[in-house]
Structures are given as C-alpha cells and as structure tokens.
Design a protein around this ligand. Sequence first.
Ligand code: OGA
Ligand code: MN
Length: 285
Amino acid sequence: MRVEPTEAALGADIADIDLSGDLRADDLDAIKEAWSKHLVLRFRDQDLSDEDLLRFSRYFGPLDKAPINPYGTTWVPENPEINVISNILDDDGKRIGGLGDGECVWHADMTYNEAPVHACTLYAVELPDSGGGTGFASMIAAYEALSDELKVRVTGLECKHDKTRNSTGQLRKGFEETYADVSQIPGAVHPIVRRDPETGRRALYPGRRNNAYVVGLPINESEALLDEIWAHVSKPEFAWHQNWQLGDLVMWDNRYCLHRRDAFPTDSRRHMRRTQIGGDRPIAA
Ligand code: OGA
Ligand code: MN
C-alpha cells in the first residue's frame, strides 16, 4: 500500500490496496494516519458490494443512517446506512437516489444536526461522460490563511446551519418554503471555528452559505460577515478536484472539509453509493 498526496491543500491517493476484504491492522493504521493528514483519501480501481462498503466504512466508526428521502424512507431499506446519490429513475419512474443532476454548492454534510457526521464515503458505480466532478476544500488551510483580524473576529461566534434545504437547494420534506427572516430558520447552531480535541488543529466550520445566520448579529451584519467568510473559503488554493473514474472510492473528513459537485447532463446517468460515519458535537476553538 502506498500513500500519494496530491499537490493541493488536501487529498491523497491510497494505491495498491483492495478494500473488498478485511484490512490488515498495519494498513488500517497507515490509512488513518494519511486521512488525518490529508482529509480526503481516494482509492482507485475498487470493486465493492454494499456489504464491502459497509465493512470498510465501519473501520472508522459506527455508521449513521442515510437521511430520509422524499419517499419517506432510506434509499436501500435492507441497508439503511447505505445512501444513494443518483439521478437515475427505476422502471416505475421512481428515483433510486438523491441530489439529481444539478450543481451542489460548497457544503459539509448534515451539519443541520446537533452531532453532524464525522465523515462520508462515496463510491462510483456509474458515471456520466462529462461533468459530475466533486471538489473538496480544506477548512484547516482556510482557517490558517485567515488574517489575524478575521481570526479574532470569528472565534467565539456561532452560526445556524439550515435544516430546510439540501445542497442542491431543494426543500426537504416537512419544511416551510419561507420564514419571517433567516434567523428563524430551523437548524443546529455550531461554532464558526472548531477545534480538534486530539490534535488541537483549528478549522473554519461554515456549513453552507444559503440561509446561514451568525447568531446574535443583526441580519445585515450576519450577511456581510458570512459573505466575507465564504469569499475566503471558496478560494481555489484550499481546494482539490476529483475527476471520477469507475471504481473510485473517496472518503472525506466532513468536520474539516467542504465539498461541492458540478452539474452533469440530464440525459446521462450517475450512480454513487455512500455511507456516513457518525460524529460528535463540534468543539469551539
Ligand atoms: C454528497 C454529495 C457529491 C457528489 O454525497 O453529500 O455532496 O459528487 N455528493 O455526488
Ligand atoms: Mn454533500
């Protein structure tokens, strides 16, 4: 097994390993060490069943169930921890997965929960000829590059993470279309700067821009500060872009990264299997 870091602020390939069986303890240790350092790992040329994906994911912690889909169930009822990201319709015209074919803006997953997921894995089963790439951005690098003035200004502040819409902007089941103002939107409140209890590293934790609110600020000041933070975190120097190949498995640390997805042509098919590893409440820096 070899670790090959990208030239970017985050990301590494793990080469020469087959994830379809049990892992050797020394390989697992090396994977964990590389993951802590590089935040996003890519394993190419894998051939994984759902059971393989679940077994591999569980090496990193207990799994969370997939979020409830628009049909009121999880996508794979016999395996509720499997989440399906796809634009494909089955023979009855029913969606087999979520997020469609549109762009997903920069976000971290499920941060509207009090204890958001620690990490996700995403495994490519079917891919479009063009589009549908996924970007990742290091929020540790973004924090470190903040001006001292902005570090002081944001440390100790908290932000509300909208529960009502997903990363394509679609309204989730059971929520209102509009609220009196952004401060009234349901969602969890988390520190804008979080600290890793084991390593002491600090990271920005902005969640997603849409419907965010900095708790306690007048709305115009919250909007101005969020615009400043988002202009910073979406700079290309913090990011790495994944061009998918069939059999790629990517896992990301959802505490310290954002991700986004390019749209892809409506008449093409994209099918990814996903798991989510459970997490803890973020700790304020
Ligand atoms: C996700 C997600 C991006 C992609 O699964 O949370 O944002 O590339 N997916 O499908
Ligand atoms: Mn996502």
